[in-house]
Write a new protein. Structure first.
Lengths: 347, 178
């Protein structure tokens, strides 16, 4: 059986469908801006696309026209020594080339100015009053998040999920623990590299509620592809409620199974890397788990946060993200269920 | 002449094979390996009240692996070995850059010391952290003493880079609450 060659119409419509797919409102898309910063980038993108698309079409049309046009006597010209164009043609060609050159310079200049205007607008946003400061530290391969505040009681540590209030500018101060990462939430802003021993800043704001996916955009090792972050934009009061509940330490479990789970957590190697505020676990090498049960994903959002996924992740993290730095611990089967229930109960 | 080319090709191939061990990664290490508790890692061939016993040689599975040495370096800080031993120079605990070891400096001795702990402050890590990580730490400690192949040892320690949390200590902005 031989495959039939695809009809041109089918091919074109398939490609068109694939391209159109990108237009749908999406959780990770630079052309679905959810804030002023990404809006500026998106406008600039469409502006560039329109102008450069028009230039491309005109140039291609001119080239096609030249190729298909049969030049009279072109084969004979060199033989008859008549290949020098007549003076009026020469003048016309000079004029065309001059106009094309001027048009190119003008277009490039327009693009340059529009790019500078966009950059300036984004830089001015950095002078916003009363910003919220969030520190993001890239680790292989997860995001450490700290809501900074001059009042230490109001400093919040979390990981892999950032909540922001709608309509309030947020200053992201980023650095890295190990190698260069790049913080990129396309719906809110462009990429910003997180560089070891250096702080980079980015200003974002969400103008409507939504859940946006961010992704590390600088290759950072084996699990670079599985290093994502959710940004949840919420109305101010909803955000404040979330923030206040996250500030609380984990409540002491009353249920005997959960109590056992807490003991399991504290007795195993978990405590060397993870913190659960309200317990003695205060490790600083892995994500803070104080309110782990409220998060959407686990392992830097590689998997949805569910009891089954969590079990698989703890028992053999290397099967989920080969090469990651979570230790493979031999958990006693009797201890696993209480541990999972305890972690899921950390709301 | 033709024979010479074949010889060179074989030599090159052997050299390339030599690189395999350096970059070998145990991507799914088992959390438990056969522990060497007991007599396998004695510090001295002398035993009270008995004849000299031949000592079994226990090799570090991660010997000569650049990846595992660097993992060991990371864990050395993560598990706060550096809290007492500093970056190998010692402090509260004894230095680790030395030739004379109280409890033996062979890989099996170091493993045993970490697993069992030692008097006057060295805690026991056996059953706490997976054994493959202990072997990685052993590989790193051996590299401090030049007892790992130079090709697999890092030329400088990661600790020379400032801690991001210290870097961030400069406060600014209004914080999360208005």
């Amino acid at each position: 059986m031989t495959a039939e060659p695809m009809k041109p119409a089918t091919l074109v419509s398939t490609i068109l469908l694939l391209v159109l797919n990108g237009c749908a409102g999406h959780q990770q898309s630079a052309v679905d801006a959810a804030g002023p910063q990404a809006g500026r980038i998106e406008t600039l993108f469409w502006f560039f696309l329109a102008i450069l698309g028009a230039v491309f079409i005109i140039v291609m049309a001119a080239a096609a026209w030249t190729l298909t046009k049969r030049h009279r006597g072109i084969e004979q010209e060199p033989l008859e020594r008549t290949h020098l164009p007549p003076p009026q043609t020469e003048t016309r060609l000079t004029r065309v080339v001059t106009i094309a050159t001027i048009a190119t310079v003008v277009i490039l200049f327009v693009l340059l100015v529009s790019s500078i205007v966009t950059g300036k607008g984004m830089a001015e946003f950095a002078n916003s009053k009363n910003p919220m400061v969030i520190e993001v530290t890239g680790w292989q391969w997860w995001w450490q998040v700290r809501y900074q505040n001059s009042d230490p009681q109001q400093v919040l540590d979390t990981a892999n999920e950032i909540h922001i209030p709608v309509g309030r500018p947020v200053m992201i101060r980023g650095t890295s623990q190990d190698v260069i990462h790049s913080f990129w939430v396309p719906n809110l802003h462009g990429k910003r590299d997180l560089i070891p021993s250096r702080i980079t800043t980015e200003w974002i704001e969400a103008d409507h509620p939504g859940v946006f996916r961010g992704q590390c955009a600088e290759f950072c090792g084996l699990q670079h592809a599985h290093m994502s972050v959710w940004v949840v934009a919420e109305p101010g009061d909803k955000f404040q409620a979330w923030f206040n509940s996250q500030l609380q330490p984990a409540p002491a479990p009353t249920d005997p199974v959960l109590q056992r789970g807490q003991q399991v957590f504290l007795n195993y190697a978990c405590v060397y890397c993870h913190t659960i505020r309200g317990t003695t676990a205060a490790g600083q090498n892995g994500p803070d788990l104080t309110h782990f049960g409220t998060r959407q994903g686990l392992a830097a959002n590689t998997l949805p946060n569910s009891m089954g996924n969590l079990g698989g992740w703890i028992v053999n993290p290397q099967s989920v993200k080969p090469g990651n730095h979570m230790a493979t611990i031999a958990v006693n089967p009797d201890d696993l269920q209480p541990l999972l229930q305890y972690l899921q109960s950390l709301k | 002449m033709k024979f010479g080319i074949v010889k060179i090709a074989i030599c090159c191939f052997v050299f390339i094979l030599g690189g395999c061990q350096r970059e070998h990664r145990d991507i799914q290490p088992s959390p438990t390996r056969l522990a060497i508790y007991g007599d396998a890692a004695r510090e001295s061939p002398l035993r009270p009240g008995g004849p000299v016993q031949p000592q079994a040689v226990v090799a570090n599975p991660y010997n000569g692996s650049a990846y595992d040495i660097s993992e060991g370096q990371r864990l050395f800080n993560w598990y706060n070995c550096s809290g007492c031993h500093a970056n190998g120079g010692g402090g509260i605990g004894p230095p680790l850059i030395k030739k004379e070891w109280i409890y033996g400096g062979e890989p099996a001795n170091l493993f045993d010391t970490i697993v069992k702990g030692r008097p006057n402050g060295m805690p026991s890590w056996g059953g706490r952290i997976p054994e493959y990580q202990i072997w990685q730490i052993v590989a790193f400690i051996r590299s401090l003493n030049g007892e790992q192949p130079k090709s697999a040892t890092a030329s400088r320690q990661d600790t020379l880079q400032p801690n991001p949390q210290n870097l961030m200590s400069e406060r600014g902005g209004g914080g999360a609450t208005k």
